[in-house]
Design a protein around this ligand. Structure first.
Ligand code: FES
Length: 152
């Protein structure tokens, strides 16, 4: 078994035993029981597995866990302040920006990452940020409305 690797997730430090190349997504879901990030394609294409790394949206299915010891990882479970949802989550509820919900983690984390970098993005910037985060139900209009509501 490999030596322990260390990760900071949602403000807590964890020691996990995993091969260095193990995708972060597997460690989050299987070792830390954080099921917000979803497995979709496993190839960095769909966005279902999105997390924040130092506040920026990143696809956890293609991030080797050994590269993340010195970074802050935030999952969907880590948004909000413990009592209130993140404003992006509120916006998705208000706009009913989900159908089956499987893509929602990717959508919300992508928008949160965008707003961390640019608190007042244009609609074009929102569309560009969501361009490679896929919803197979075809709920993109509601998702876009929610993202724009969150962006103010
Ligand atoms: Fe990671 Fe699709 S599961 S991008």
């Amino acid at each position: 078994m490999s030596d322990a690797l260390h990760l900071t997730v949602n403000g807590e430090r964890h020691a996990v035993r995993a091969a260095p190349s193990t995708p972060l997504l597997y460690v989050l879901r299987n070792d830390l029981c954080l099921n917000g990030p979803k497995f979709g394609c496993g190839l960095g294409e769909c966005g279902a597995c999105m997390v924040l790394v130092d506040g920026r949206a990143a696809r956890s299915c293609v991030l080797p866990v050994s590269t993340l010891a010195d970074h802050e990882i935030t999952t969907l479970e880590g948004l909000g302040d413990g009592e209130r949802l993140d404003p992006v989550q509120d916006a998705f509820i208000e706009e009913q920006g989900a159908q089956c919900g499987y893509c929602l983690n990717g959508m919300i984390m992508t928008v949160r990452g965008l707003l961390n970098a640019d608190p007042a993005p244009t609609r074009e910037a929102v569309v560009a940020a969501l361009d490679h985060t896929l919803c197979r139900c075809g709920t993109h209009q509601e998702i876009l409305a929610a993202a724009c509501r969150a962006a103010g």
